[in-house]
Design a protein around this ligand. Structure first.
Ligand code: SAM
Length: 283
């Protein structure tokens, strides 16, 4: 049986054996904690035959545990040095394939096909939000997104209206999924330790989005405008979507929302009401 990669000594040995210097720029902080790695696999509830997309396999730490659990794993890794190393570290598994590329540029649907799959990843923190938005907005057949992110991002994903952390990311994540903070992970579980605390979030993708929309694009335009200028009242913040001030006042009145409220207090249903009225007007 292959040695467990999620271990300080084994990781150090692999880095040395292949002369790999980890890249800070690519967000390379490898897990060295087998308990956490197993925890991620458990949170994702991996069953034999589950199709999994892993973003950023690194030297194969989490990939190995996914393979051991019997998943059918596809990894996308940007670092050109890693596929060759992965061919060695994962040589005992035939249920994995590695694709070299940028997760923000590859065609995920082409790679994964149309059958349902899960996304499991210890994300590179420098592009966490773009990756999550890409996974959500592309309407891919994803059933569950289980990702390690920095604690502040996890809090934003799961935030409810009214607080400082509630923003466009909260609305987008909660429109498509039900996010839950599953594990807290300290810096010492990684090599090298990141400067921030980490959290594993489990986002179960909803069968149907949280609210009924006439036009998703309009909804996200309204959401982005409302949070783009968080300190402004709604009637001022919404001007940036290019609608006349009087019309905005009328739309808010129709939706039963006071013009003096700020975007950060609006529920998903209220954002939906505003955007659906705007969509109807432009039809
Ligand atoms: N999965 C490994 C682990 O848990 O130890 C490594 C996780 S490390 C935090 C993030 C990984 O994402 C690195 O291997 C990095 O090279 C890779 N990465 C960075 N940017 C990427 C991108 N745009 N597309 C795909 N992978 C990327």
């Amino acid at each position: 049986k292959a040695p467990t990669i999620a271990d300080k000594k084994v990781t150090r040995y692999i880095l040395q054996r292949f002369g790999l210097h980890m890249s800070k720029r690519l967000g390379q902080n490898f897990l060295i904690d087998a308990g956490i790695v197993q925890g991620i696999v458990d949170v994702a509830d991996i069953k034999p035959g589950d199709r999994v997309l892993e973003i950023g396999p690194g030297i194969g730490t989490l990939t190995q545990a996914l393979c051991e659990a019997g998943a059918d794993v596809t990894c996308v890794e940007l670092d050109k040095r890693l596929p060759e190393i992965l061919a060695h570290t994962l040589e005992s598994y035939d249920n994995v394939r590695v694709i070299q590329g940028d997760i923000l540029k590859v065609n995920i649907l082409e790679i994964m096909g149309e059958e349902p799959f899960k996304v499991v990843a210890n994300l590179p923190y420098y592009i966490t939000t773009p990756i999550i938005m890409e996974l959500l907005e592309k309407h891919l057949p994803i059933t569950d997104i289980v990702v390690m992110v920095q604690k502040e991002v996890a809090e934003r994903m799961a935030a409810t209206p009214g607080g400082k952390t509630y923003g466009a990311l909260s609305v987008a994540v909660q429109y498509y999924t039900v996010p839950e903070i599953a594990l807290h992970v300290p810096p010492r579980s990684f090599m090298p330790p990141p400067e921030v605390d980490s959290v594993v979030v489990d986002c179960k993708v909803r069968q149907e989005p949280a609210v009924d929309l006439i036009d998703e694009k309009m909804f996200f335009r309204v959401v982005k405008a409302a949070f783009g200028q968080r300190r402004k009242t709604l009637n001022n913040a919404l001007k940036s979507i290019g609608v006349d001030k009087n019309i905005i006042a009328d739309v808010l009145a129709q939706a039963g929302i006071e013009t003096t409220r700020r975007g950060e207090t609006l529920t998903m249903e209220e954002f939906a009401a505003i955007s659906n009225i705007l969509s109807k007007m432009s039809m």
